[in-house]
Design a protein around this ligand. Structure first.
Ligand code: AMP
Ligand code: MG
Length: 349
C-alpha cells in the first residue's frame, strides 16, 4: 500500500509542478521520507545553492519533528503521554507548546471530532503501530470503557511548560494534524530564506505559496476508490490542499473495511464518508479539518466547517455522492467521465 501511495504522491507532484522536466523551467525538486510518506519539495525560481541548503534543513526538521512527535516511539510526545497517563503531569520543551496549543484549539473548534488525545483508542485499533493480527477486531468492552472516560482536550491543563491531565485515559496522537503543522514550519523556513514560490507536498497533502512562473499550481485529488485522480484544483498565493480518506490505512474483516479515522463518539471508524478535501491557507488547520469533517460526515460537515472557519470543502460519501459548497465547486475541475451526483450546500462564507 505504501508503494501505491508513493506512486500516487508522485502523480500529484507531477500535476503540481507541471513542466518540471523541461530545461527552461527553473524548477528545483527535493524528496525524502518522513511521517511515513514521501515528502516532495518543489521550488520555483530559487538559486540552486540556496535551494539545496534550505531543503537539507527542512529534511532535518522533518526527521526531528517526526521522531519527537511520535505517539509511541521514544520521544517528547511518548514521554509526555506516559507522564499524563493515570491523570498525571509532565513538562515539555517550550518549542513543543505551540504544537499542543494549536492541536487543542482546533479540537475545541471541531467540537471534539478532531480529537488529538484519542491515543489509547487508536492504539486499541492497532493504527498506532503494526496492525492487529489479521482478522481481529479490538475488544468491544475495551472500546466502551474508553468511551465512558471520554478523553478530551478539555481534560488538559497547560501552565507554562507543565502539562497536566485530569483524565487517566488522555494520550496524545497527532497523526491527524502533525503533517500539516510540519508543512507550515517548512513554509516558514522557505520564506525566512527568501523563497516565495514553492510547494511542500507530503504524500498528496500540501501547501503551496506563490506560483509556478506565469501559471498557478495544479493539484490532483485522488479518487477514493480508484488509483487515479477524481478532480484537480488550480491554486496560487498561499493555499493548503489536504485530503483524508478511508483508503489510507485500513484492514478488512468479513469483507468490511475498518479504517484509521475514528469517530470519538462511537469509538469505531467513522462511517458514511470515503474522503474529504479541504482548501485553507494554514496546513495544520486544513489537516485537522479534513479529519474532523470526515468524522462529521455528509450530514454534519457544513456546521463543523463553519465552526472551524473552513471555506472550501469537498466530501465524497459512501454512496459516491460528492458534497461541496458553491465556492469549492467554482474552483474544482472534475475529471472527464466522473458522473457522480453532486450535492451543493449553502455557502460557507
Ligand atoms: P488524517 O489522515 O489526517 O485524517 O489522520 C488520520 C490519523 O489521525 C489516524 O491515523 C490517527 O492517528 C489519527 N486520528 C484518527 N481519528 C482521529 C480523530 N477523530 N481525531 C484526531 N485524530 C484522529
Ligand atoms: Mg488530518
Amino acid at each position: 500500500m505504501i508503494e501505491q501511495l508513493t506512486r500516487l504522491g508522485y502523480l500529484l507532484l507531477i500535476l503540481g509542478a507541471g513542466g518540471c522536466s523541461t530545461q527552461k523551467d527553473p524548477v528545483f525538486h527535493d524528496q525524502f521520507f518522513a511521517f511515513g510518506t514521501l515528502i516532495d519539495i518543489t521550488l520555483y525560481g530559487a538559486e540552486l545553492p540556496l535551494a539545496e541548503s534550505v531543503c537539507k534543513q527542512i529534511e532535518q526538521d522533518f526527521v526531528n519533528m517526526h521522531a519527537s512527535w511520535h505517539a509511541w516511539q521514544p520521544g517528547q510526545l511518548s514521554s509526555l503521554n506516559s507522564q499524563l497517563s493515570g491523570a498525571g503531569a509532565g513538562t515539555v520543551e517550550p518549542s513543543f507548546l505551540p504544537l499542543l496549543d494549536e492541536a487543542n484549539g482546533l479540537s475545541l473548534l471541531s467540537e471534539g471530532l478532531f480529537n488529538p488525545v484519542l491515543g489509547n483508542l487508536i492504539a486499541l485499533w492497532g493504527f498506532h503501530d503494526n496492525a492487529l493480527p489479521v482478522g481481529t477486531l479490538p475488544d468491544s468492552t475495551a472500546i466502551r470503557d474508553l468511551l465512558v472516560q471520554a478523553p478530551s482536550v478539555n481534560d488538559i491543563h497547560i501552565d507554562g511548560t507543565l502539562i497536566s491531565s485530569r483524565n487517566p485515559t488522555v494520550a496524545y496522537d497527532l497523526g491527524g494534524f502533525a503533517k500539516g503543522y510540519a508543512i507550515d514550519r517548512a513554509i516558514d523556513r522557505l520564506r525566512e530564506s527568501g523563497i516565495h514560490n514553492a510547494i511542500v507536498n507530503a504524500g498528496g497533502d500540501l501547501r503551496a505559496i506563490g506560483q509556478h512562473g506565469e501559471r498557478p499550481w495544479r493539484i490532483g485529488i485522488r479518487h477514493p476508490r480508484e488509483s487515479s485522480i477524481i478532480a484537480s484544483i488550480e491554486i496560487s498565493g498561499d493555499n493548503s490542499v489536504f485530503t483524508s480518506g478511508d483508503y489510507e490505512r485500513f484492514f478488512e474483516v468479513d469483507g468490511k473495511r475498518y479504517h484509521h479515522i475514528i469517530d470519538p463518539r462511537t469509538g469505531y471508524p467513522a462511517i458514511n464518508t470515503t474522503s474529504v478535501t479541504v482548501i485553507h491557507s494554514n496546513a495544520a488547520t486544513a489537516d485537522a479539518a479534513t479529519t474532523a469533517l470526515f468524522v462529521a460526515g455528509p450530514d454534519e460537515w457544513l456546521s463543523i466547517a463553519l465552526k472551524m472557519g473552513i471555506s472550501y470543502v469537498m466530501l465524497i460519501d459512501n454512496q459516491g455522492i460528492i458534497h461541496m459548497n458553491p465556492a469549492m465547486q467554482s474552483r474544482i475541475h472534475l475529471e472527464p467521465g466522473i458522473n457522480a451526483e453532486i450535492r451543493l450546500s449553502t455557502p460557507l462564507q
